[in-house]
Design a protein around this ligand. Structure first.
Ligand code: C2E
Ligand code: CA
Ligand code: CA
Ligand code: CA
Length: 279
């Protein structure tokens, strides 16, 4: 392996080496990357079934180090959380996503997608988060209903303060989505106390949709829970036409996944919206 820059964190197969010794160095590389503008956002459409019309997009962060291949957020978000860099990185993500949301709203008006922004456990434990969100909305002259904050069940359970922060976020008027729904431990208890507006049904339940009665019953009940509580359900990780058809038949109205669109840069989303307006 090359012993310079970010490549020093990779083993012979190109995987990041996540041992403790490299952790601090990776954290430092992330810090430099943030200072040098090496992060960017891509957006994955959330579509309406069965038409496939774009109703929203989820912002997903990418790290492109100057001296190596793109690093997946699954690899660097945990390190950013652990080192605390997620606070500064999260602030950049929030600002960039609001800037793009505002630009789409200016260009496409009512046809502009709502923008979903992922917030990690560490960010939710930061009492300044609601203020930060309010400030970003204000600076970009963005109405709160144009964005949805995605949180996970584990993040809300991570500490007592988090639920208060979640309520403050909701009071701002932003949407709140519970990500990876169904994979946590106390989903139903949480739904009674946590003011979410959307449930994102985890990909694992969508993968299993191969037509057996039992698996269809689980997917159906997850969407029924959402409907009963007046929440929208979004099916995550839809990869095939067959899954999309089944989900529609089971009552799902919203879906996201490679079958519809891969995450792509803001300019490509913009072009897709322009095309949609002409159609
Ligand atoms: P997530 O929030 O559950 O995001 C969905 C992930 O599934 C994304 O991976 C997306 O590209 C991927 N995906 C979407 N459709 C499909 C599909 O049809 N098949 C498959 N196999 N995958 C699909 P990505 O972008 O690598 O992000 C991974 C995770 O990293 C995210 O999971 C989220 O937990 C975290 N993450 C990404 N961006 C951010 C961010 O801006 N802030 C924070 N805090 N975390 C982020
Ligand atoms: Ca998410
Ligand atoms: Ca998810
Ligand atoms: Ca996930």
């Amino acid at each position: 392996a090359k012993l310079t820059g970010t490549n020093r964190f990779r083993d012979h197969s190109g995987e990041l080496d996540a041992t403790a010794a490299h952790h601090a160095e990776l954290a430092a590389a992330l810090r430099r990357g943030l200072d040098h503008g090496e992060f960017r956002l891509v957006y994955q459409p959330i579509v309406e079934l069965p038409t496939g019309a774009i109703t929203g997009v989820e912002a997903l962060v990418r790290w492109q180090p100057a001296d190596g291949p793109v690093v997946s957020p699954a690899e660097f978000i945990p390190v950013a959380e652990h080192s605390g860099l997620i606070i500064d990185l999260g602030a950049w993500i929030l600002d960039q996503a609001c800037a793009d949301a505002a630009a789409w709203h200016r260009r496409h008006g009512a046809g502009a997608p709502r923008v979903n922004i992922n917030v990690s456990a560490r960010q939710l434990l930061d009492p300044d988060l609601p203020g930060l969100v309010a400030d970003a909305l204000h600076r970009h002259r963005l109405s709160p209903d144009r964005i949805t904050i995605e949180i996970t069940e584990t993040a809300v359970f991570a500490g007592g303060v988090a639920l208060g922060t979640v309520r403050e976020l909701r009071e701002l008027g932003v949407g709140l989505a519970l990500d990876d729904f169904g994979t946590g431990h106390s989903s139903l208890t949480l739904l009674r106390t946590c003011p979410v507006t959307t449930l994102k049904v985890d990909k694992s339940f969508i993968d299993d949709l191969n037509g057996t009665a039992e698996q269809e019953a689980i997917a159906t009940s997850l969407s029924t829970i959402a409907a009963t509580l007046g929440l929208r359900a979004v099916a995550e990780g839809v990869e095939t036409r067959d899954q999309a058809d089944r989900l529609h038949a089971l009552g799902y109205r919203y879906a996201q996944g490679y079958y519809f669109a891969r995450p792509s840069p803001a300019e490509e989303i913009d072009a897709a919206l322009a095309e949609m307006a002409l159609a």
